[in-house]
Write a protein that binds this ligand. Sequence first.
Ligand code: KG4
Ligand code: ZN
Length: 341
Amino acid sequence: MGSVPVAVVLGIETSCDETGVGIVADGRLLGAALASSMDEHARFGGVVPEIAARAHLEYLAPCVKAAFAEAQVAPGDIDAIAVTAGPGLATALQTGVAAAKAYALSWDLPLYGVHHAAGHVAADTLEHGPLPERSVALIVSGGHTSLLLLGDLARDPIVHLGDTRDDAAGEAFDKVARILGLPYPGGPAIDRAARDGDPTAIAFPRAMPGSSDFSFSGLKSAVARHVGREGVAAVPDIAASFQEAVVDVLTRKAVAACREHSVTTLVIVGGVAANRRLREVAAERCAAAGITLRVPPPRLCTDNGAMIAAVGDLLAASGATPVGFDLSADPSAPLTRAALV
Ligand code: KG4
Ligand code: ZN
């Protein structure tokens, strides 16, 4: 038996347009609830922070209630609260942080601030168990494209092997979807459109070969130029060719990073990890390189509360010091540790 008793952790995520609540104990997801204001942003072509923040205010308490019901626990069973403190939209983050403080104060519980991207990584542990001693993580979301060298997620600093120089991978999907006249969010729309397309139809550029960093703005411009010349008659082919370029670059660099650092586990997380083609190509290339690939199921790839509870669970188990009620939302928090203080 471990020396630290198992804690039941309530996690809250409100950094963007998803209101997520999850309850985790000992690496296991007991219950979760998710509400989204995505439809309210669609006509603006992107997330409107004030709409997102108001939606969090409306959805949060019902989500907490629903997560309790699914987990079959009561407030008295909770041992700690974890909340996304950044990065994200300022007003959206503040809603979650204020709620987490209120729960921690009224139930007299320790509070942990969590880095959103570390939450994406921890999501995978709910499906595939604890991470090995060393792993490489590829985080691909609307806000992040990072290759990371990980040790103990709760204790060790996070080492950046590569980052995007401009657009994040998800941002590139969203912008290209707009160019193609596809709805927001663009990732799932391109994923769907690409199924009927030929990924070799158009040879879009692969930026920064040989580097661990990423750049997607040149690819986006290449798609825009192609559409300017040829129009959007062949959306499936353009979508498939664009997606292939992104997936090729992401998987190639992730496998190279594993090789370079003699790491045999790659974990791919974040909203873009839900992409069907990325999962396919990553599986092929990891198998060929003798690398164990871990990708959470799609519902745990996109933003959710369970992933934040999962970090809280790791922090509690490692004996991390909780934060005080002076915890504040940090919209541009750098990714150096899983815990934000
Ligand atoms: O992790 P996430 O839910 O939120 C952030 O932390 O940003 O990621 C959202 C991003 C969006 O850009 C969305 O278009 C993209 O993930 N995404 C996808 C897919 N599903 C979501 N991109 C490609 N293929 C998908 N199936
Ligand atoms: Zn996210």
